[in-house]
Design a protein around this ligand. Sequence first.
Ligand code: AVJ
Length: 321
Amino acid sequence: MSFRFVDFPLGRDDLQSDVLAGLTASPKSIPPKYFYDEQGCRLFELICAQPEYALTRTERALMESRLPEIAAAIGAVDCIVEPGAGDCGKVRLLIEALHPRGLVVLDIAGRALAEAAESLSRDVPGLAVTALGMDFIHDLEAAAPCLAEGRRLVYYPGSSIGNFAPDEAATLLARFHRLAGADGQLLIGFDLKKDPVTLHRAYNDAAGITAAFNLNLLERLNRELGADFDPARFRHYAYYNPVQGRIEMHLVSLAGQTVTVSGQRFHFALGETLHTENSYKYRRDEFSAIAEGAGWRPAGEWEERGFAIHLYRQGDTRSPH
Ligand code: AVJ
């Protein structure tokens, strides 16, 4: 077994400057990557187990049932790279099917990632595992020197791409394209457009886990930025916006109130919202158009119960990005 962990610690400054910028803007917003402190990671895993949130289960079922086909379409791979790998639970199936020599996992929650990746490396003898604790939205290019030569597969499951607006998604996929290099491939999972009521339920689970996940962001800011949010004075509010094709999550202020964050004061009017996440849903053709615009050529599509997995290869690189 071989394992190494490289930490590119998330500066308190990044959190602080992003949060202050987001609270100064109108409407107020905070990037969803900041959900994932220790408690946020725990709550996200609980969300994935809620009956209304089928996304994670459906993707797993699809990967399990179609793995032979997917693996055959991918072919031989030397190195798998997974941005946002979290608990490294999804990549295990692919490793068993593809037997790469190297695995590079990236996540903003570095400590949890390191533990999960080390345990994976113990379970798979001969696999060289590198865990990079980093905000890959910022620092993806810093991962390049850690990748083994040869055929690379970027694996981006879980509809994480849904957090990005279509133009940002295209930019990120173009960066994956450069990271994957010649012969590189991309295996990506995304949530499909579906009945808005089903989507609404998925982000408004009866047990209130998604609400706790959303409100935990305020607890994090209280702890890490010395803020004084009162979570009882904000309401989790998530709904499907069919015009934009996305779930929007907000924290709506239940009163007129002033909050202090890092010594700066911010006023929330009654009913004002702090926009915490977008989760875009795509049709297959919409998604392919974005990936192709980023230089990727379609090489396989699998779909089940409202979730899709697409495989792309290096196309002719006329990427505009
Ligand atoms: C991890 C971004 C795919 O958007 O469905 C789940 C995060 N937020 N419930 C998603 C999330 C609320 C999730 N992604």
